[in-house]
Design a protein around this ligand. Structure first.
Ligand SMILES: Nc1nc2c([nH]c(=O)n2[C@H]2C[C@H](O)[C@@H](COP(=O)(O)OP(=O)(O)OP(=O)(O)O)O2)c(=O)[nH]1
Length: 135
C-alpha cells in the first residue's frame, strides 16, 4: 500500500496545545489533528511544515524538534505516516482554510477529542509530557 508522508505541528503555549478539527468536507472530516499536510517530493519535512502553516493559517512558523514517535495508520486510501514537530508561530493566524475549529486544549482535554487514527498514539505520548516545551 502506498505511504503518505505527512507533517503535523505541535503548537504549544502556556501548556496548551493548538488542536485543529478537519473541515467536514475533507478526507477524515471532523477528526482532530495536528495542523499540517503532505510532504511534497521536493521538500524536507521542516520545509513542508512551514509551508503548510503559511497556507493553512497565513502564519510564519519556526520549526523546532521532531517528536519522539511517529504516528502510523492504514486507511482506505493508503498508509499515513505522521511526523510531528514542535512549532512556534511567529505571527498571528490570519485565516483558516482547512479546519472547522481551532481549540487550545490541556492534556486532559486533548485526550477527550476524537483524533485521526494515525494521531492517537502521538497524542497519548504527547499528553504524558504535560505539554511542557520551551521554545
Ligand atoms: N495535516 C494532518 N493530516 C493528517 C493528520 N493525521 C492524518 O491521518 N492526516 C492525514 C489526512 C490526509 O490524508 C493527510 C494529509 O493531507 P492533507 O489533505 O491534510 O494535506 P495537504 O494540504 O497536503 O493535501 P491536499 O489537500 O493538497 O491533497 O494525512 C494530522 O495530524 N495532520
Amino acid at each position: 500500500m502506498s505511504k503518505i508522508q505527512v507533517v503535523g505541528a505541535i503548537i504549544i503555549k502556556d501548556r496548551k496545545l493548538l488542536a485543529a478539527q478537519r473541515a467536514s468536507n475533507r478526507v477524515l472530516g471532523g477528526y482532530w489533528e495536528f495542523p499540517g499536510g503532505k510532504i511534497e517530493p521536493s521538500e524536507t519535512p521542516k520545509e513542508a511544515m512551514a509551508r503548510e502553516l503559511q497556507e493553512e493559517f497565513g502564519a510564519k512558523a519556526t520549526v523546532f524538534d521532531k517528536f519522539s514517535i511517529d504516528g502510523i495508520a492504514e486507511l482506505k486510501f493508503g498508509e499515513v505516516v505522521l511526523h510531528c514537530y514542535y512549532v512556534r508561530l511567529d505571527s498571528d493566524i490570519t485565516k483558516t482554510i482547512a479546519h472547522d475549529e481551532l481549540r487550545w486544549v490541556s492534556p486532559r482535554e486533548a485526550l477527550e477529542l476524537s483524533w485521526a487514527p494515525s494521531d492517537v498514539s502521538v497524542i497519548k505520548a504527547l499528553a504524558k509530557t504535560g505539554f511542557n516545551y520551551e521554545y
